[in-house]
Write a protein that binds this ligand. Structure first.
Ligand code: GLC
Length: 476
């Protein structure tokens, strides 16, 4: 190679990769579930590695931006019409691109907060957003479009030739289905977006993306099974080595007990005195009496997946173990009612905060002794990692990312980091909680389980490197 070509290739090598990262949620500005935290955690880490990542999200009217640049996307498919783009700085989320389209402006991304029902035009709204994402990629010359879940999957069918694509699946249970004529109307690659006779936004993305990433290795394995694939297992299996599992990390800038401004006291694995202060504060806020047994926390969206009902079934047995249960989350009014009724029936044992609040969530995770994650399925799960960082011992079901992040201490006394229930049932949870209470009550055992969880690396560093190598592969 002559000198000029060497210089040119060095130059190209030093150009940061240009990625357009499309998501329906981004923490802390638009946060419904783990998608928001996974998105912002991964993007911050990729940016710190030098990649040029532009984040694009619908303009729900919920985010304030400074130094805004406005433009209009004209060249959208006829059904989408022109949309407006606002690009600017959010004081908490950094540089964001927001797309304002017909139907984007809503008080909640997915549901009517007054009824708890999904917006009836969700499939259309996110198809429109996806069309705008594809157009942005065309104008911005991004090398890669990184989509997340069904909301942005249609973009993959509309990308300009030569743009590489990654689809991360945070939850296969939501697919964005509608009547079959939808695919045609959207001008989306014929068959790919049809599944079982219906339009299916996620299905199309799964077939067309250059790389599909499930948010943990075990979830990737589950996804190609009949029971775990939510009807898409064959499609997923057909992707062969283009389907991988990369476990999410957590944002240690937000989740580290040594410097967490939302906790009443800080602590680390060498000195857990501050954790005792957090525990006291938690009992005080939950209006529960002191106990010699463990305080068990549960932080979850109130949806069937999370198995909150299984945890509530434990209430009659907790007092005998000296344990307390503190639950925080929002979502289904029915599950919230069930939680409130259980708390009213066992007022000295169970407390349910009925609103999700970031500070309270940190106090529950940091101040609890054990953290329950009784999920029926769990693509990755973040709270168990947040808990371990805070010396809170997780008690989880044996599914998806929970299996990949928590090692049962009774099975592996030297490497155990928590307790794993054999199945998602109240009986199995009760057994695991029993074992956890016993283990926790032994100070030496407790300390070694806590130390292992607190010193493990739950950051995004490793997972982000794996994403970067996928980017490198698909860009050839
Ligand atoms: C979804 C999944 C959860 C995952 C999160 C982030 O909320 O249910 O398991 O941790 O997305 O990927």
């Amino acid at each position: 190679m002559d000198d000029r070509r060497v210089a040119l290739s060095l130059d190209l090598a030093s150009e940061p990769r240009r990625v357009l990262f499309a998501t329906a949620e981004y923490a802390p500005v638009v946060k419904v579930g783990g998608l928001s935290e996974a998105s912002s955690g991964l993007v911050s880490c990729l940016r710190s590695m030098g990649l040029d990542v532009e984040v694009v999200m619908p303009d729900y009217g919920l985010v304030t931006l400074d130094d805004v640049e406005e433009s209009t996307l004209e060249d959208l498919p006829a059904w989408a019409g022109p949309v407006n783009v606002r690009r600017g700085w959010s004081s908490t989320a950094g540089l964001l691109t927001l797309i304002d389209f017909d139907g984007s402006d809503r008080p909640h991304p997915y549901v009517n907060p007054e009824t708890g029902e999904g917006w009836p035009d969700n499939v259309e709204r996110f198809a429109l957003f996806s069309a705008a994402v594809a157009q942005l990629a065309a104008i911005g010359n991004h090398e890669i479009v990184h989509c997340n879940d069904w909301h942005t999957a249609p973009a993959i069918g509309l990308l300009p030739e030569g743009t590489a694509s990654v689809l991360t699946v945070h939850n296969l249970a939501h697919q964005g289905e509608a009547s079959p004529d939808y695919a045609e109307r959207l001008g989306l690659h014929g068959q790919a977006f049809l599944e079982g006779g219906a339009y299916n936004a996620l299905a199309g993305g799964l077939s067309l993306a250059d790389s599909v990433v499930m948010v943990s290795e075990s979830y990737a394995a589950e996804s190609i099974s009949v029971s775990g694939g939510f009807g898409l297992h064959e499609r997923l299996e057909a992707r062969g080595s283009n389907l991988t599992g990369i476990r999410n990390g957590i944002d240690l800038g937000l989740w580290h007990p040594n410097e967490d401004p939302l906790l009443p006291a800080t602590f680390d694995h060498l000195d857990l005195a501050g954790k005792e202060v957090c525990r006291k504060e938690l009992l005080y806020l939950a209006d529960l009496p002191e106990t010699k047994g463990p305080v068990i926390g549960l932080v979850a969206r109130l949806v069937h997946q999370k198995g909150v009902d299984l945890a509530l079934e434990l209430a009659p047995f907790l007092d005998k173990m000296g344990a307390r249960l503190v639950l925080i989350g929002s979502g289904s009014p029915e599950i919230a009612r069930h939680a409130a009724q259980t708390a009213a029936r066992y007022p000295d044992v169970v407390h349910a905060f009925d609103e999700y609040d970031e500070r309270l969530a940190h106090v529950v995770v940091g101040g609890s002794d054990l953290l329950l994650v009784p999920s029926r399925f769990e693509p990755c799960g973040l709270t168990q990692m947040q808990a371990m960082t805070c010396g809170t011992i997780p008690v989880v079901t044996d599914v998806g990312g929970l299996r990949d992040t928590v090692t049962d201490t009774d099975l592996r006394p030297r490497s155990g980091t928590g307790y794993v229930a054999a199945e998602a049932s109240a009986m199995a949870m009760l057994d695991a909680v029993h074992r956890a209470v016993r283990g926790w009550s032994n100070p030496r055992r407790r300390a070694s389980i806590q130390r292992r969880g607190m010193t493990a690396d739950w950051s995004w560093a490793e997972p982000a490197l794996r994403y970067e190598s996928i980017y490198d592969d698909i860009c050839g």
